[in-house]
Design a binder for this molecule. Structure first.
Ligand SMILES: [Zn+2]
Length: 393
């Protein structure tokens, strides 16, 4: 069915609904799979698609988690590395981007009025592509860090003259940056890692630089802009980062958002619904729309399509509504099973819900319930002072 015919039948349904008595109208406006047009076209399986985002920044889709790439004079920086088995295709896509960038930014050939030399040969001699210098991991999930080892080993770290030679591997491979909870999680022994549902990674895949404060920034411009990492505490997990390309005004969101599903809140790894909402509010604080909430700052979520601040605000509102409904049910003393039965996400399930796969609607509601209940049951450590009101807009 084409989009046009879906729209036409949507209008016909709306007309039909309006002609029904009120009780029947309420039954008729139950969400249905029929009313949803596809948001994005599915990628060919096993292929990596490249999308220019803005300036030097590109997004790669189809390698596991979405990858954000900065390509330019200083080399390559990647946010997330995709799944291990997709590394060769990611590398091929990065190299293609580098070649295309080099051709586009070739110095103009000098022309003389009485030119006798051919400039054709010169035009085909381009400098070798600059190496991958940084890989940033937004979380420790295997579809985000799986490619670390191969991408790192394809790259190169530059260090100052007084350091080179002192650190044995200073010039071997790219630097991998992440929040320290990602490093801790990835460097645990095999048994602990498996008990936590974490795939153990080889030493070369571990972050080389970890930060433990609120944010981290590259000390110099990279490809003409500042790049900052911000920790979003207790969101998808306890070690998530978002990455802001300040000049291009692009933000890599990691698993704070996924356009086709409810956010994955990994409770066992410290994720909470309120942390996800805080993270999304922070992203909205950082972003500036071009016109009436559309365009402007562009965001690449961990999974799904490219978004702008309107999309993020809609997603934040949707999660806030569901959070408030679950909170209300908890206050009324409902059990998890009763909360699930009350279907607090019902009107959004058509767009974000799932009954199958690794992250179902039931999984999401359970994570919301557990993390809200944990807050409610936490012993009072404020010494009787009232807690600050929750941040709302
Ligand atoms: Zn992910």
């Amino acid at each position: 069915m084409t989009t046009r015919s879906i729209v036409a039948s949507g209008a016909a349904i709306a007309a039909l609904v309006m002609s029904l008595p009120l009780g029947a109208q309420q039954r008729a406006i139950q969400p249905s799979k029929f009313t949803r047009a596809p948001m994005t076209q599915a990628l060919p399986a096993g292929e990596v698609e490249v999308l220019p985002v803005r300036g030097n920044v590109y997004a790669l889709f189809g390698a596991g988690a979405n990858i954000v790439v900065s390509v330019g004079n200083d080399g390559v920086l990647l946010v997330d590395a995709g799944r291990a088995e997709m590394s060769d295709k990611v590398l091929a896509a990065v190299q293609r981007l580098q070649r295309e960038w080099a051709v586009r930014n070739e110095p103009p050939s000098i022309g003389f009025g009485a030119e006798t030399r051919s400039s054709v040969a010169g035009r085909h001699i381009t400098a070798p592509p600059k190496p991958i210098r940084y890989v940033i991991n937004t979380s420790a999930d295997s579809d985000h860090v799986g490619g670390n080892e191969k991408l790192r080993n394809a790259g190169h770290t530059f260090t100052g003259g007084n350091v080179t030679g002192n650190i044995a591997d200073a010039t071997e491979g790219a630097a991998i940056l992440a929040h320290e909870n990602v490093l801790t999680r990835l460097s645990r022994g095999t048994n602990v890692a498996q008990a936590e549902g974490q795939t153990p990674v080889p030493a070369d895949a571990l972050p080389t630089d970890a930060y433990f404060v609120d944010f981290y920034k590259l000390s110099h411009y990279f490809n003409g802009e500042g790049i900052q990492l911000f920790h979003t505490p207790k969101a998808h997990t306890d070690g998530d980062s978002i990455v802001h390309f300040r000049g291009s005004d692009v933000i890599a969101l990691g698993d704070l958002m996924s356009t086709g599903s409810y956010p994955v809140i990994d409770v066992a790894k410290g994720g909470t619904i309120n942390g996800v909402l805080d993270g999304l509010n922070r992203v909205l604080d950082m972003s500036i729309a071009e016109f009436r909430l559309e365009g402007g700052t562009l965001m690449v979520p961990g999974h799904g399509r490219l978004v702008d601040s309107a999309d993020v605000a809609y997603y934040r509102d949707m999660l806030t509504i569901i959070r408030d409904r679950v909170e209300d049910l908890i206050k009324k003393g409902r059990t998890l099973e009763q909360v699930k039965a009350a279907n607090p996400s019902g009107d959004y399930d058509t767009e974000y819900g799932s009954t199958t796969g690794p992250w179902t609607t039931a999984n999401f509601i359970e994570a919301v319930y557990k993390t809200l209940n944990a807050v409610r049951l936490k012993p009072d450590t404020t010494g009787g002072k009232p807690a600050p009101p929750a941040r709302r807009r």
